[in-house]
Design a protein around this ligand. Sequence first.
Ligand code: NAP
Length: 333
Amino acid sequence: MGETFRALVLDREDGGIAWRIEALPVTALPEGEVLVEIAYSSLNYKDGLAITGAGKIIREFPFVPGIDFAGRVRESASPDYRPGDPVVLTGWGVGERHWGGLAELARVPAEWLVPLPEGLGLRQAMTIGTAGFTAMLCVMALAEQGVEPGAGDVLVTGAGGGVGSIATALLARRGHRVVAVTGRSELGHYLRALGAAEVIPRQEVLEAGKAPLASQRWAGAVDTVGGAMLASLLKALRYGGTATACGLAGGAELHTTVFPFILRGVKLIGIDSVYCPRPRRLEAWKTLARELDPALLDQITTVVPLEKAAEIARGFLEGKIRGRVVVAIGEEN
Ligand SMILES: NC(=O)c1ccc[n+]([C@@H]2O[C@H](COP(=O)([O-])OP(=O)(O)OC[C@H]3O[C@@H](n4cnc5c(N)ncnc54)[C@H](OP(=O)(O)O)[C@@H]3O)[C@@H](O)[C@H]2O)c1
């Protein structure tokens, strides 16, 4: 069958989704101008939803999941890329509708790729991955809304997870006083090492949700949890404060009142990383390369082989994953 590549393949089985590691023909790859040899992929909450079938993320089978990857260009029909160029990809429906990064090869449209920013290695790019890129978009949005370092405490929810860990590190590095919320008290030391000034239990934020408004506490917030957590923190934002909402690890619904908005002028900014326009994408990656400490990236990373990816992805739905999980795939390991 010609040249083949190894991939994690999902297929329907007995009313659920089964996975296996399989050799697929290169000719089976979807269309796109650039063929990439993948060095690393990573695991994100959405991969957990996709691989377990809990989120109805994938609709056509067999399918190769993995919503991000970093690697080197092998073949390119685009003038923007040459063989050997290091690239990173997040979003655009890769790993959802277009075969993804949990494989040795991927073929994608050139405009979806980002040249690896100077100062970042391929592995570091996937320690950052979709989670870190999203965290950066949240931090950029807070700054644009005038949440300056020194303006007051900034809350990060789901702080032990991928987005939360990197948001904590980025905000602390910029000089914000970060208050990290976690449901896992054992992560206190980990979160302080990332730069959190204070680590608080979920209940402390949820308590504020019992009244229509709570005392003004947060100058800004990065929320990865949604549901009651987001509703509660909105009630404790300071006058003119901003919360960014990017996640639903704790629930997709949002039950709140207009009081925080009409009495305190607070702002709620939605963050989408998947279809983030290219100029902002490039700016975010450049800023990540400049502002994230590589030693810190190592501290939050667990590296696993492709064979373990599907099993570990389940852990996201149980809130068990700490920091980032990088999947080592290609020859640069
Ligand atoms: N908008 C976008 O473009 C975009 C991009 C990336 C991710 N996301 C979303 O952002 C969220 C985080 O992604 P991730 O990859 O960082 O996932 P993750 O590593 O699993 O982190 C989520 C964290 O949320 C907390 N959590 C989990 N269940 C909870 C619950 N029931 N109530 C309160 N807190 C809970 C846990 O942190 P603690 O144990 O520390 O509390 C968990 O580690 C997901 O919903 C994901 O889909 C969105």
